[in-house]
Design a protein around this ligand. Structure first.
Ligand SMILES: [Fe+2]
Ligand SMILES: [Fe+2]
Length: 404
């Protein structure tokens, strides 16, 4: 019996070690929280659980998992609440008490909490869902700096049909959750720092791109960079590309012409045709732009590099600056190439009128296989309704004079 118990615990510890690698590698906060919660519930064989993430002096109820409710109501196993529900980090709630005192709390029955405790079990959720949260195990998730990053809460340990009640959590559960929590705390803080860095990076890049577009003193040009980002995302989704690809593409697309900052006004805004020498100068915006991102390891920087450098390459190899051909041109650049040309043709500018839609579409179709990747053009045509809605959305914003 003892041996069987030992090997069951050993199996769980091995499982925890396996998951540890996944937890430390996960950069996306929502995916990370789900992974932590599923692991906690699986390891303790519990019925339900939730995770609170700390922001300042608040705890945000971010993700919940409930096997019984998911089975009974035929809903997804986990629910993500985003940042919609929060509680103060004080001792009146069970999670607040755990975060404030940085200690594990094992509650055998949340409906029989002794009166001398400062916290109470809030039964609103139980009543609304017709579910009783009875035994509970909560642990603070502390990061490498000793700060509480959040609280994990596991609900209803193994069910005892003979007694028709949920068992309390035991010492083995406590040990497993404590080990998981310290790993999880550091991973949550790390993922949030990466997220903040990404947002800052994106903001700086977008401001730089806007500065370039505003040189043209055309009210539409700055809308252009947001519009093509949305167009590109719609096309990429249609092509079945994954969420990360779509996000990096959307956030890097506005940078496509950032290298124009280095092109003299006399050439960039010259009315009429450019001389071949002047055109050679303009072509260099791809080199100048991409040099900003050269050698950077962040995924968004790699997308920005490929888009700035290759958005004027042609599918038949006749483009610039490198004359790449077909699939040698990175996909993100092939997508931006199509939506950038479409937007330039289909939009009024101070110096030219927009082309009729049918003509713009004909130009894309005629260019499929020569200037453009035919698969990208096909996907563009399939999401045309969405493209037109995006265009209408920005037209409305422009009329209302709102900034994007
Ligand atoms: Fe360009
Ligand atoms: Fe453009």
């Amino acid at each position: 019996m003892e041996t069987a118990r030992y090997s069951a615990l050993q199996l769980k510890l091995e499982r925890l070690l396996d998951v540890a690698a996944l937890i430390t590698a996960e950069r996306d906060l929502d995916k990370l929280l789900e992974l932590i919660l599923k692991t906690a519930v699986d390891l303790t064989e519990a019925d339900a659980g939730s995770i609170y993430v700390r922001e300042g002096e608040k705890l945000f109820f971010r993700v919940a998992l409930n096997r019984t409710l998911s089975r009974r109501d035929k809903t997804a196993l986990t629910t993500n609440f985003g940042r919609s529900v929060s509680i103060p980090m004080d001792e009146h709630s069970i999670a607040g008490f755990v975060a404030k005192n940085r200690r594990l709390l094992n509650i055998p029955d949340a409906y029989a909490i002794p009166d001398d405790r400062p916290y109470r079990h809030n039964r609103d959720f139980d009543r609304a869902s017709n579910y009783e949260c009875r035994s509970m195990l909560l642990s603070p998730m502390t990061d490498h700096r000793g700060e509480v990053a959040g609280v994990i809460q596991i609900i209803n340990a193994r069910y005892r049909p003979d007694k028709a009640k949920w068992e309390p959590f035991n010492e083995e559960d406590e040990r497993l959750i404590t080990s998981l929590s310290s790993l999880a705390g550091t991973a949550i803080t790390r993922s949030r720092l990466i997220q903040e860095l990404y947002e800052t990076y994106k903001l700086v890049m977008t401001r730089m791109a806007l500065a370039v577009e505003q040189r043209e003193s055309d009210p539409d040009t700055f809308v252009h960079i947001y519009r093509i980002a949305d167009y590109a995302a719609a096309v990429a989704r249609r092509m079945g590309l994954d969420e990360d690809f779509v996000r990096y593409l959307k956030d890097a697309a506005p940078m496509h012409d950032i290298g124009k900052q280095c092109i003299p006004d006399a050439i960039l805004f010259k009315p009429g045709r450019l001389t071949p020498e002047e055109f050679e100068v303009v072509k260099k915006h791809t080199i100048y732009g991409s040099s900003l991102f050269a050698g950077m390891e962040e995924p968004i920087a790699k997308f920005a590099y490929n888009i700035t450098r290759y958005h004027h390459e042609r599918f038949d190899g006749g483009g610039y600056p490198d004359g790449l051909k077909g699939r040698d041109i990175p996909l993100e650049a092939r997508i931006v190439s199509v939506v950038d040309v479409f937007d330039a043709l289909a939009t009024d500018r101070v110096y030219k009128k927009a082309m009729p839609l049918e003509r713009c579409l004909a130009i894309l179709n005629e260019g499929a296989g020569s200037q453009f990747d035919p698969e990208v053009v096909a996907a563009f045509m399939e999401v045309l309704d969405e493209i037109l809605l995006i265009r209408e959305h920005y037209e409305r914003k422009k009329r209302e004079g709102a900034s994007c």
